[in-house]
Design a protein around this ligand. Structure first.
Ligand SMILES: Nc1ncnc2c1ncn2[C@@H]1O[C@H](COP(=O)(O)OP(=O)(O)OP(=O)(O)O)[C@@H](O)[C@H]1O
Ligand SMILES: [Mg+2]
Length: 277
């Protein structure tokens, strides 16, 4: 049976010294506040004092109610949105424009229809500034890893939804980001494909160990994939729990789901979100 810590850590307070895993801090939010001015000139408080860090090689999942501000946090981290207060930094540098080395993957794939599978993955390599002579090797490796062999020259409209998401993931990985921001990347996929994509992502992550912030509605997906699961409250969002997931890696998607420790943690998160289980 897997061993799991369902320990709750520093909640809605700045991370305490010594509570972070070893490794360089890649992303830091400190006392983040985000409010929007609405057309009627009223103010919508979306984020209310969130502090968290994500270290090198760490896989952090964020779950929370719809509209709680999960996407907003990712937008602040990649410089698309200016916070109303607090501090956002990537690799120790305050974020004011899209930081180098940060890659983003959305819920819906945004493949270029006029580029083939290999061509779309190449976009990542080009944007990431990889030397041209290294492109072929990197693309070839990603195509294999993501089980797209034989489809290198296919066009996006010739692919299934799951394949398109695999190409999107390939493009993100070709960019070689040091920090990957993923906003419900598998949310639109059917259950089976979603599990398969999770496996794919983990095999890549276990090989390359990039820092990941992975937003999802799916509590089981969060626990199955991540080292930590951060739970947001309803808007204005604060952190209600931060769980360490000590399930051994590599993880076995099906076997893990019947593990009592896995169930215990998912139940605890359901309760945090005050959702009927
Ligand atoms: N540019 C904006 N102007 C005004 N309000 C905004 C803006 N962007 C987001 N919001 C509001 O902020 C809140 C949080 O939005 P956000 O997209 O971050 O939620 P979310 O947690 O990602 O939700 P979901 O799980 O449904 O994707 C919502 O109420 C949304 O209406
Ligand atoms: Mg969202």
């Amino acid at each position: 049976m897997a061993v799991m810590t369902t320990e709750k850590r520093a909640v809605s307070a700045p991370a305490k010294a010594g509570s972070e895993p070893a490794g360089r801090v890649r992303a830091e939010l400190r006392d983040l506040q985000i409010s929007f001015r609405l057309p009627d000139m009223s103010t919508l408080d979306v984020i209310s004092g969130i502090s968290m860090t994500v270290s090198e090689g760490e896989f952090v999942a964020v779950v929370g109610p719809s509209g709680s501000g999960k996407s907003t946090i990712l937008r602040a981290l990649c410089g698309l949105l200016k916070p109303s207060g607090g501090h956002v930094a990537v690799d120790g540098v305050p974020v004011s424009s899209p930081p180098p080395g940060v890659g983003f993957m959305f819920q819906k794939d945004a493949l270029l229809p006029w580029r083939t599978v290999a061509g779309n993955i190449r976009v990542g390599a080009e944007l990431g500034g990889m030397p041209a002579e290294e492109h072929e090797e990197r693309i070839g490796r990603l195509v294999k890893l993501l089980r797209l062999d034989g489809f290198e020259n296919a066009w996006p409209n010739q692919l299934s939804g799951g394949m398109r998401q695999r190409v999107s993931l390939g493009r993100l990985l070709a960019y070689q980001p040091s920090l990957m921001l993923m906003d419900e990347p598998f949310g639109a996929l059917d259950y089976q494909t979603k599990i398969a994509m999770g496996k794919e992502l983990l095999s890549v992550w276990e090989a390359e160990r990039r820092a990941i912030i992975f937003v999802t509605h799916d509590i089981e997906e969060a626990v199955a994939l991540a080292d930590r699961v951060v739970v947001f409250s309803a808007r204005p969002a604060r952190i209600v729990a931060d769980y360490k997931v000590d399930l051994p890696r590599p993880r076995h998607m099906r076997a893990m789901r019947s593990d009592p420790a896995f169930t215990m943690l998912t139940e605890a998160i359901w309760a945090d979100l005050a959702l009927p289980s």
